[in-house]
Design a protein around this ligand. Sequence first.
Ligand code: IMP
Ligand code: MG
Length: 181
Amino acid sequence: MLFDKDMQEILYSEEQLKARVAELGAQITKDYAGQEIMLLSVLRGAFVFMADLARTIDLPMTLDFMAVSSYGKGTSSSGQVQITKDLTEDISGRHVLVVEDILDSGNTLHYLLKILEQRHPASIKVCTLLDKPDRRVKPVHVDYTGFTIPDAFVVGYGMDYAEKYRNLPYLGILKPEVYGG
Ligand code: IMP
Ligand code: MG
């Protein structure tokens, strides 16, 4: 593809992502058997994962989206997190599964979970495609993790650098010179 030249390495291919997402979906289907769930995703990075994951879960479900402020154009998050788009649905009494692209410092999810818990869901769990535990600043309990990865800036499969690369079908590590690192 056009952007292949900006990649230092392909971390997970389209096929590897697909296989792992299917495993997560099967596990979630099993764990929530007999229940209806609400997938809640954080825009925009999780949109591809959300779409693929939802189609591997064989349960009655609803979906909703919210957005929080994040990096701007940099590559590391600030402790300041703000809701820029709230949910449309009421989550009280629902089994909520928060779907995230990547758990990094933990600032975003730590803050978000606190807010969501105040809305009295029946249960709340977290599914993240990627986890970068080396960078954790705030503790976050995760129920489902796709892959645990080293501390590198990744793009593709929904994830961006300065809003670009979200459309790559694979997950790649960007060459540091691309973001001036
Ligand atoms: P945290 O608040 O530091 O945990 O950041 C979480 C959010 O930052 C993720 O949901 C991503 O949107 C973004 N993010 C963190 N690391 C990366 C990365 O390597 N590439 C792209 N986005 C990232
Ligand atoms: Mg995100």
